[in-house]
Write a protein that binds this ligand. Structure first.
Ligand code: NAD
Length: 299
């Protein structure tokens, strides 16, 4: 199986590593030749630190060359609908009949991206979490013309390269992950804005509280382990409390500059003097270690 990565910024370059460490030949193309060079340099540095080894990706100078004889195309261009539509039209024309065309889009419905394309049935959303070579979940969903076989092949393929495909039955803005993230971030900002606690305290209840369990199981799985009788007993016992709290949750924040500045000051106080780069490297290293632990020890 040969793979093409189309668009190799933050997300595309990380996809390259997902595919190379799975042992697949990978072609890399971006409209900006500099982006290809930078992504290949980034990949070489990441691969050198990774004992799993893998293949060496090939940078190419045209979309047609990238898609020549590949079976999977992972598109990670800019998040603008007309550009995604134009790119998918070009990809559909250039790719062989057996290739699946997947988009990393965070927001768009494949029904819109692939509207009117002859090959709309082979187009699918494969939305990763940043960075996909570290975080395995990938949200998968088709558009109204996507064939069920392509959706199922997409899930199989993503699992075969070590990712965790998460299937959605229908489109909703934000898919699953960003909707749930937005619900929590809304409340975090509301609590900060209302002066209930500082940013460190709000982060602490996630990183040293809920987040420790959430690294192992989701909200339903946690409920299932929080009452001796499992999720039914939990939601029966605490249903009324949850409803009371849900009715009390904060509204949509303004996101005005003054509020964003308060968030920034709050974050600066949590990590004084630590660079963003150092934090990101630590985060990625720890997420990989936690993921490995989960693979070794599961119920
Ligand atoms: N950054 C994230 O956290 C994140 C997470 C999940 C999904 N995504 C999605 O992944 C996609 C890429 O996001 P990103 O953060 O990597 O953006 P980015 O700006 O870092 O990279 C986009 C790349 O696309 C290239 N490009 C522009 N026009 C192109 C074209 N016509 N053909 C090919 N390449 C082109 C640019 O040169 C750039 O290298 C978006 O759809 C985004 O919504 C992003």
């Amino acid at each position: 199986m040969t793979v093409a990565v189309v668009g190799c910024g933050v997300i595309g370059r990380s996809w390259i590593r997902v595919f190379t460490r799975a042992g697949l030949p990978v072609r890399v193309w971006d409209v900006a030749p500099d982006a290809v060079r930078q992504a290949l340099e980034w990949h070489a540095a990441v691969a050198a630190r990774d004992a799993r080894g893998g293949t060496t990706p090939t940078g190419v100078t045209s979309l047609e060359e990238a898609l020549g004889d590949v079976q999977w195309v992972q598109e990670s261009g800019p998040e603008r609908l007309p550009e995604k539509q134009a790119l998918f039209a070009r990809m559909d024309a250039a790719a062989g009949p057996d290739a699946v065309l997947a988009s990393s889009t965070s927001t768009f419905d494949m029904t819109e991206i692939a509207r009117g394309l002859p090959g709309a049935s082979r187009c699918v959303v494969a939305h990763p979490v940043n960075p996909p070579h570290v975080v395995p979940a990938v949200e998968v969903l088709g558009g109204s013309s996507t064939s069920a076989d392509v959706v199922s092949r997409a899930c199989d393929f993503l699992a075969s390269v070590g990712q965790t495909p998460v299937l959605l039955r229908r489109y909703v803005p934000g898919f699953l992950l960003n909707r749930m993230q937005a619900a929590l971030v809304r409340e975090a900002i509301s609590l900060l804005d209302g002066g209930v606690a500082d940013a460190d305290a709000i982060d602490a209840v996630i990183r040293d509280g809920l987040g420790l369990r959430w690294a192992l199981m989701g909200p339903f799985g946690v409920a299932n382990t929080n009452a001796d009788g499992g999720a039914r007993e939990y939601f029966t016992r605490y249903g009324a409390s949850f409803r009371w709290l849900m009715d009390d949750l904060g509204g949509t924040p303004t996101m005005d500059p003054a509020l964003i500045e308060r968030i920034g000051e709050g974050v600066d106080a949590i990590y004084p003097g630590v660079s963003h780069e150092a934090l990101r490297e630590w985060r990625d290293r720890m997420v990989e270690r936690i993921t490995q632990l989960k693979r070794q020890d599961h119920p």
